[in-house]
Ligand binder design. Structure first.
Ligand SMILES: [Zn+2]
Length: 396
């Protein structure tokens, strides 16, 4: 990465227009086409009697996708209110815009009779091989609305949750899918948990958090504006930048401690100096993972390591599957660090940097051990959970 950056910086200093025009070209290369049945013929007469404003909306959406969508820079194409609320205003875009061609499938009235709001659905997909097999990445939904005489775009979130019940508990606003019965007890326990994590790490308690509760992963993706997404079975998200948590899992519901930990500790991990394995490990240590408590996660991981003796901490750091998703291995490192150096040690580890080399140096420093020693201790630490699952507890 570094040589490339250097080259680009030199280029920027010498001839900034070259760099900027090449960036613009890269964005222009995002291919946007209308799907079957999207009539983009534009008379320019402003007479909407035939295809309505569809051609105008299509053009605005196409131009947005080709220009400001990737950068998330201020744009004339997106709702001013949402740009004011979030610096990265396009929520679905963060998941969907990965450079794949876009096909605008439909531009239709959001509600019959209301002509000032349209739903725009776009498929991001690639067509592969001689038989052009279509591999979709995401199917997004945005709303085209009128602002100052122009069509601009807005997220699905506030529109699709307009009728969801709100419950304010502590500083958390729960926004609950219709049909889900709100669990006040779980909500109060979540608030207490979040405050205790903040106190433990000496960070500001949560002052404002929107916590969306749905019963299925499908529903949380739908409100994010993702009618389909590869990996759309993920049941929860923490989105500290937009001060929100989304949970589509009725077991956790209002008290998803893993995601709450991510939100509360965002000031420490979000710089973004924290290695992914430490960030996930901390949330797992305090809040469990994927429907399981911390101890159950570790017990399962101990069985996994026993069955796969060739897996080492080194292989975990290079092969994702070796950690069952970068959680238990990191949780063990986090717990070891806490036991050795307390919260100060953990904070140093969190600030230690993202790269593999930085992580190794930070761990050696925080644990006061050489890397081979850390390797051995880490494995022994995990395996202890197989023999005596009640021996160790997280700080919860
Ligand atoms: Zn996580």
């Amino acid at each position: 990465m570094r040589p490339t950056l250097k080259v680009r910086l030199v280029g920027l200093a010498l001839a900034s227009y070259v760099v900027f025009s090449s960036v613009a070209r890269a964005q222009d290369s995002v291919r946007v086409v209308p799907g079957w049945g999207v009539d983009t013929s534009f008379t320019g007469s402003g007479d909407y009697t035939t295809q309505g404003p569809v051609p105008e909306i299509y053009r605005a959406w196409r131009d947005y996708l080709r220009s400001d969508a990737q950068r998330q820079s201020p744009t004339k194409y997106w709702s001013v209110a949402e740009q004011r609320r979030w610096s990265r205003y396009d929520i679905a875009g963060g998941y969907a815009y990965q450079g794949f061609p876009a096909t605008v499938l439909s531009i239709q009235l959001a509600q019959p009779g209301a002509t000032d709001e349209y739903v725009v659905r776009t498929l991001f997909a690639s067509a592969n091989g001689p038989t052009k097999d279509v591999k979709p990445i995401a199917l997004t939904r945005v709303y085209a609305i009128r602002e100052s005489g122009h069509w601009v775009f807005a997220n699905a979130l506030s529109r699709l949750t307009r009728d969801w019940k709100r419950h304010l508990v502590g500083h958390i606003t729960y926004i609950v899918q219709p049909g889900h019965s709100f669990d006040e007890g779980k909500a109060s326990s979540a608030v207490r948990f979040a405050d205790s994590v903040a106190a433990m790490f000496g960070v500001q308690p949560i002052t404002d958090l929107n916590y969306y509760v749905a019963d299925t992963p499908e529903e949380i993706h739908r409100i994010l504006g993702l009618d389909f997404m590869v990996g759309g079975d993920q049941a929860s998200y923490s989105d500290p930048a937009r001060q929100m948590i989304l949970v589509g899992n009725s077991v956790f519901g209002e008290d998803h401690r893993h995601e709450l930990t991510h939100s509360v500790l965002a000031p420490l991990t979000w710089t973004p100096n924290t290695a992914g394995i430490i960030n996930e490990g901390t949330a797992t240590w305090l809040g469990g993972s994927l429907g399981k408590s911390f101890r159950d996660v570790m017990k399962e991981y101990a069985a996994f390591l026993t069955a796969h003796p060739a897996i080492t901490l080194d292989s975990v750091l290079t092969v994702t599957d070796h950690d069952l998703g970068m959680r238990p291995a990191g949780a063990a490192l986090v717990e070891m660090t806490y036991q050795h150096g307390g919260i100060a040690g953990l904070k140093a580890l969190m600030a230690g940097g993202r790269t593999d080399t930085q992580l190794r140096i930070a761990l050696e420093k925080s644990l006061g051990m050489s890397w081979p020693e850390i390797e051995r201790t880490w494995r022994a630490h995990v395996l202890e959970y197989a023999s005596d699952p009640t021996k160790k507890r997280g700080a919860n």
